[in-house]
Design a protein around this ligand. Structure first.
Ligand SMILES: C[S@@+](CC[C@H](N)C(=O)[O-])C[C@H]1O[C@@H](n2cnc3c(N)ncnc32)[C@H](O)[C@@H]1O
Length: 268
């Protein structure tokens, strides 16, 4: 019988292939893909690099490395992404949730007991579901213009047993909300062309691109919402001045990297 290759060799070969393909974190990606294929966590893989890779896992690793070489995001290949305290199922119908978006959840954690909050552009459901998991007293609803994204969010809500009300909708639906959260598309068409292959080739363009200056969707949301609606809007740091101009009593919060990331204010 041929002995199974050691995990160390699989990690080394995958790391070389991913580095040659231009991936930013080839060793980390290789470890994540290989550990998952072997059914162990990454710590166990690192702790015992001499363990053998069974044949079925080796085939899965080969297929996963080929996908990653095409610069498909690790989250789509594994089909899951951690966000705050929950794990979300993700695929190419939705944006991979980004760590800076956790700031939107933090803003809503400040709401009084029992408040109603709506998330526009929920994608995988990350913000709304993380929020409800941490504040089960809140009434949380969410919507997205993309029916495919709402399907993903609904499946996540069901699996996580979190009763977020979901709908397919552009902009803010009718309702009485203490706060509306939104991480809408905010990349300009010119910026889009220069983004990494993970984004341009694999993530949904409509989830990211918002016209020539990246402000089209945010502006449409503000202009389409009833006066007085309290909004918390994620945006690119260089858009902070423009977003403040759209709102009354605007205040901008910085992300962990110190960049202006979320602006709060009322629709004038
Ligand atoms: C940047 S993604 C964010 C997804 C998710 N909130 C997250 O942070 O991972 C933007 C989402 O907004 C949706 N979207 C775009 N324009 C919209 C609009 N006018 N109204 C509602 N949703 C919109 C897209 O379909 C996409 O799912």
């Amino acid at each position: 019988m041929i002995a199974a290759a050691a995990a160390r060799e699989a990690v080394s070969a995958a790391t070389d292939a991913l580095a040659a393909a231009g991936c930013d974190t080839p060793r980390l990606d290789a470890e994540l893909l290989i550990a998952d294929a072997m059914g162990v966590d990454r710590g166990a893989l690192i702790a015992d690099p001499e363990q053998g890779v069974p044949g079925a896992a080796a085939r899965l690793i080969g297929e996963r490395v080929r996908r990653r070489v095409m610069r498909e995001p690790v989250a789509y290949i594994l089909g899951t992404k951690g966000f705050r305290h929950i794990d979300l199922a993700v695929d190419s119908r939705v944006l991979v949730p980004r760590p800076e978006t956790e700031l939107l959840v933090e803003v809503a954690l400040e709401l009084p007991e029992g408040a109603s909050v709506h998330e526009v552009g929920t994608g995988s459901g990350a913000v709304a579901l993380a929020l409800l998991s941490e504040r089960p007293d809140l009434k949380v609803s969410a919507s997205d213009a993309s029916p495919a994204a709402v399907e993903v969010a609904r499946a996540n809500a069901r699996r996580l047993r979190l009763p977020v009300e979901l709908s397919v909708e552009r902009g803010v639906p009718e309702g009485d909300f203490e706060l509306v959260l939104a991480n809408l598309p905010y990349v300009s068409e010119a910026e889009w062309r220069g983004l990494q292959p993970e984004i341009v080739r694999h993530e949904p363009r409509d989830a990211l691109v918002a016209g020539p200056d990246g402000l089209e969707t945010i502006t449409e949301l503000v202009e389409g919402s009833p006066a007085g609606t309290q909004l918390a809007l994620e945006h690119a740091p260089h858009q902070a001045d423009a977003v403040r101009e759209l709102l009354r009593g605007a205040e901008t919060l910085r992300d962990l990297a110190g960049r202006e990331r979320v602006t709060l204010g009322a629709v004038p």
